[in-house]
Design a protein around this ligand. Structure first.
Ligand code: ADP
Ligand code: MG
Length: 618
């Protein structure tokens, strides 16, 4: 329960106003409840003709507030009976009961009304915090299996927090107030009876708890079996082609029906337990009330208590009124536990530390007016701290030149490229940009120097204009069109129905691969970066669109410091320096011509031959 209040302290402060209003109306509602039920007393006394005393009007200063209010209430009732007769007075009292109840339920509604923005607001805030954290955490945080997990926490666990902790909030603030106020009144009416109630209630609670626990276990089994069913459906949908090809429909059907049968029996058990809960609690509640009736009745009959029959009935009404809040409160305590478990899971993301942070005293960013160089100085790197991915890499990319990385898949080329914008940090050595260690620059400054074009063009579900202008604030349509022209994209964009305002669909699914790539090149052109990183930018394209994309890339690379990763000779051939990477080491370097000479080590020649690329001069 302590954690519950820790969570409140963390997330509720912006909503203090709502909480205050909620508590105010809760207290109001509790007192209105007492008063509305108190009207029952004179009605009963009148019906049973218990009170024979006659009342005189009592001014305020002649007794305690309670005495004055009670006395004068009886005085007015007595006057009303004298003037209008008992039946009319009874009707008036009944009408007053309705009005009081209307006020009471109104106050109860207002208390809920004010807690609702708090409830949904906190959940909204948690979602925003998690999303913000996702954008802050480094790429390395999100491995494939982590991605699914983050999604589950963002959707499932946040929903669980909403449904348990936040849904219980209302109760947590309402029910204790109601219970305390009612208990106060109960003690005031008869403390002996209230002590007796306190002995009796925990016994009833224990019996009910037993039933609830059984229910929880079976419903957990039911949830698990539901998961089994869902995965069978998913598997079947995914494997439909194979199932049909192997005539295995019957087999799959039998398996599903078997699992569904298990679920059927579990559902029956759960539903029957659930159905049992209500009659059980009713029986127990009535038994408790019967015992209290007997005990309280004996107290009155034996004269051990100064309460009269009407007050006793009022007592019972109030008591009945707190049974449900007490029950709900114990249920809420249980569901809050579930919510706390989810909060822990969400906190794993919220409290994750980002190792790639800005330095305490960042250095000035190299000027973007002229090209800046990039150098790797004895860099070693490993993703998991065990398997080395890069070893002792030293490479100097002179300002304005192009360096090509070639090598087999998995040799570490993309990893090298990821070290420049600090997507990962080196383990040994250093990477510097314009002569400054990347760790000494502000991360945002560093990344503002880079432009990326990757194998898979990463586009967003937005218009073409917004995709090109993605990294640049306040880009005009003229800027965007100029960039698109350089990227060979203007022509096909203008041919689409809405031109630059055409939505490209989820991840650009409405465009061809070459078109997507040219849009991502236009995006890089518009950003006008000092350093360009091209990772297999043309690998996924057919040769026709490759020509268009290659042209665009050539224009983009013009005059910039470029690291290009490619396996197509056409892309690499004109690089100022070609490095062959093998198992995380640079095994050979030189120009295309140098590396093809018979005196070269032959790694490059081997790659060229293996891929049967047309050799130089073509
Ligand atoms: P290339 O781009 O040359 O094909 P990569 O740089 O992508 O090679 O990968 C180099 C090595 O690092 C490979 O063995 C690959 O399995 C491993 N690797 C790549 N990315 C990760 C990652 N996020 N976590 C762990 N290992 C990785
Ligand atoms: Mg790669």
């Amino acid at each position: 329960m302590k954690d519950f209040f820790v969570i409140l302290r963390r997330f509720v402060p912006p909503y203090k106003k709502y909480l205050a209003l909620n508590i105010f109306f809760n207290i109001l509602a509790a007192f209105l409840t007492l008063f509305s039920f108190a009207l029952v007393i004179p009605i009963l006394e009148m019906l049973f003709k218990i009170k024979e005393a006659s009342y005189v009007y009592m001014p305020l200063d002649q007794g305690s507030l309670k005495e004055v209010v009670v006395n004068n209430f009886y005085y007015y009732t007595q006057e009303a009976v004298a003037n209008y007769g008992p039946a009319a007075t009874l009707a008036m009292l009944a009408a007053a009961l309705v009005v009081m109840t209307a006020l009471k339920t109104g106050a109860a509604y207002l208390s809920s009304y004010f807690i609702i923005p708090l409830r949904s607001g906190v959940v909204r805030d948690i979602r925003n915090y998690v999303f913000d954290k996702i954008t802050i955490l480094p790429i390395g945080f999100f491995t494939v299996e982590r991605k699914g997990d983050v999604m589950a926490r963002m959707s499932g666990d946040v929903a669980e927090i909403e449904n348990s902790i936040m849904a219980s909030l209302d109760m947590m603030f309402k029910n204790p107030v109601m219970i305390i106020v009612c208990l106060g009144m109960m003690i005031a009416i008869s403390w002996q009876l209230t002590i007796f109630v306190f002995i009796l209630l925990p016994l009833a609670g224990m019996v009910m708890g037993r039933v609830g626990k059984r229910l929880k276990r079976t419903s957990y089994e039911g949830q698990t079996q539901w998961g089994v069913l869902m995965s069978t459906i998913e598997e079947t949908l995914g494997g439909l082609r194979i199932i049909k090809a192997f005539n295995a429909e019957d087999k799959v059907r039998r398996r599903f029906h078997g699992e569904n049968e298990v679920f059927y029996h579990l559902s029956n058990r759960v539903a029957r337990r659930q159905a049992l809960a209500h009659p059980m609690s009713e029986l127990l509640g009535t038994t408790a009330i019967a015992i209290i009736l007997w005990f309280g009745g004996s107290l009155i009959l034996s004269g051990h208590s100064n309460m009269n029959a009407a007050a006793f009935i009022y007592y019972m009404v109030i008591f009945y009124n707190i049974i449900n809040p007490a029950k709900d409160l114990s249920k809420a305590a249980y569901s809050v536990q579930k919510g706390l478990a989810s909060m822990d899971r969400v906190d794993k993301i919220l409290n994750a530390v980002n190792p790639i942070a800005d330095p305490a005293a960042p250095q000035a960013c190299p000027s973007t007016q002229k090209p800046v160089g990039v150098s790797f100085n004895n860099v070693s790197f490993s993703y998991d701290g065990e398997v080395p991915v890069l070893e002792n890499i030293s490479l100097d990319i002179k300002p304005g030149t192009t360096v090509a990385l070639v090598g087999q898949s998995g040799s570490g080329k993309s990893t090298m490229a990821d070290l420049i914008p600090r997507f990962y940090d080196v383990n040994c050595g250093s990477v510097s940009v314009g002569g400054v260690n990347v760790k000494d620059l502000k991360v945002a400054d560093l990344r503002s120097l880079m432009g990326n074009v990757n194998q898979e063009a990463i586009l967003f579900n937005d218009t073409i204009f917004n995709n090109i202008a993605f990294g640049v604030e306040n880009a005009t349509i003229d800027d965007v069109r100029r960039a698109a022209r350089i990227a060979n994209a203007d022509e096909f964009i203008m041919a689409t129905e809405q031109g630059y305002d055409t939505p490209i669909g989820d991840r650009g699914c409405r465009l061809s691969g070459g078109q997507r790539q040219r849009i991502s090149i236009a995006r890089a052109v518009l950003k006008n970066p000092a350093i360009l990183i091209l990772d297999e930018a043309t690998s996924a394209l057919d040769s026709e669109s490759e020509t268009l994309v290659q042209q665009a890339l050539d224009r983009l690379m013009d005059g910039r410091t470029t690291l290009v990763i490619a396996h197509r000779l056409s892309t690499i051939r004109r690089a100022d320096l070609i490095c062959v990477l093998q198992n995380g080491r640079i095994v050979e370097r030189g120009t295309h011509e140098q590396l093809l000479e018979p005196s070269a080590k032959g790694f490059y020649r081997h790659l060229v031959e293996m891929q049967q690329l047309p050799s130089a001069g073509e």
